[in-house]
Write a protein that binds this ligand. Structure first.
Ligand code: SAM
Length: 349
């Protein structure tokens, strides 16, 4: 089988899989307060309807991919050389049946690693079932350790629930548990040392993420953007870690450790430290569009091939074409210029 190698010689072995575009939070940099034009589908757990106006549609014939379709495309992708997937969204844990979907994916021969990115609000309830279903790793997004500020940034939800979820994941034995914190200058940037000090007490791996110009929220601006070197400078003393000593993962973060800490500190700076030369991934949106790059308008709709029976060759052709489309590097910049218009929740951030 010809491996998936793009036109710039990069081996593609990682798929980010968005299982819903819906979310029970409305983080200021990610979604407008009243949500986005979400897709139709039985995608939101009833208990969440008390929360943000999520435009719930109780439809059994939605626009998002079904479990069968997701399993089918991942099976073909794994046959072509994809050996790790990250389940994302939207908020993946609001998709009904997420545990059974993880269980089905975990049984695909050749798939070596299944991880999930979550906002953590539903994690304490689902972590054990996800572990038993075969989930290997968890990343939890949390941008502040202050309850009041959590409400300002996420607009809904409760920091206590998220910390409960992280504690549950650690107790169950997920390892590593990574924390994604988007740094917004003047909003949560003064908490950088607090996150570092958290890694001294808890075995968590905090990754500081540079704000990206994605989504029509109007939030991204040079004033809110703090470059990675500046974030790093505010962390205090950190020891560099070799790849072997860094937490297991397949993404672009580089890791350090505060002396004597249980956890680590990592940095992901899409704008100031372009890491496209090491890019190993494709993205599948919850609607079934396969994207070569987070910041590119290119991509191809997989649904016609997925919805015609026995068309594995058609699925394979599309995957190969999208690999060939991968640009050498993204074109995002930190000025006011280019902003990717689609919402992160639709792209599968
Ligand atoms: N709901 C899940 C979660 O919270 O991790 C998965 C989806 S969320 C869109 C994935 C990640 O994208 C989160 O860590 C979020 O903070 C990040 N994100 C969203 N919009 C962003 C932006 N404009 N710049 C940087 N990171 C962003």
């Amino acid at each position: 089988m010809r491996p998936l190698i793009d036109s710039f010689g990069r081996k593609i072995d990682y798929l980010r899989l968005s299982v819903t575009d819906r979310c029970n939070l409305r983080c200021v940099y990610c979604l407008p307060a009243d949500g986005a034009p979400f897709l139709r589908g039985p995608q939101v757990l009833g208990a969440l309807r008390r929360g943000p106006a999520d435009g719930f549609v109780d439809s059994r014939s939605g626009d998002i991919l079904t479990d069968e379709e997701i399993v089918r495309v991942v099976s073909v992708a794994v046959r072509l050389g994809i050996n790790k997937i990250r389940i994302t969204g939207g908020e993946p844990l609001v998709r009904p049946g997420i545990v059974s979907l993880v269980g089905r994916l975990a049984q695909i021969p050749g798939l070596e690693d299944i991880s999930i990115s979550t906002n953590g609000t539903l994690l304490s309830k689902l972590a054990l079932d996800l572990y038993r279903a075969g989930l290997n790793r968890i990343n939890v997004s949390v941008d502040t350790l202050k309850p009041e500020r959590f409400r300002t940034i996420a607009r809904f939800g409760d920091l206590g629930e998220v910390l409960e979820g992280i504690r549950a994941a650690l107790e169950i034995g997920f390892s590593p548990v990574k924390i994604n914190a988007v740094v917004m200058n003047g909003i949560n940037s003064e908490e950088i040392p607090d996150f570092v000090s958290w890694t001294r007490r808890w075995p968590v791996h905090v990754r500081f993420i540079e704000l990206m110009p994605i989504g029509e929220t109007g939030f991204f601006s040079p004033e809110h953007w703090l470059p990675q070197p500046e974030i790093r400078a505010r962390c205090g003393e950190l020891e560099p870690l070799s790849r072997e000593d860094s937490p297991r993962g397949f993404g672009p973060a580089v890791y350090f450790r505060s002396p004597g800490a249980l956890g680590t500190v990592g940095f992901i700076g899409a704008l100031s430290c372009n890491f496209c030369s090491r890019c190993n991934r494709l993205r599948l949106t919850s609607r079934g569009r396969l994207l070569p790059c987070l910041a590119s308008e290119m991509g191809e709709d997989l649904t016609p091939a997925l919805r015609s029976r026995g068309n594995e060759d058609g699925i394979e052709e599309i995957i190969r074409r999208v690999v060939d489309m991968k640009p050498e590097r993204h074109q995002m910049d930190s000025g006011n210029g280019k902003v990717r218009e689609a919402f992160m929740c639709a792209l599968g951030g």
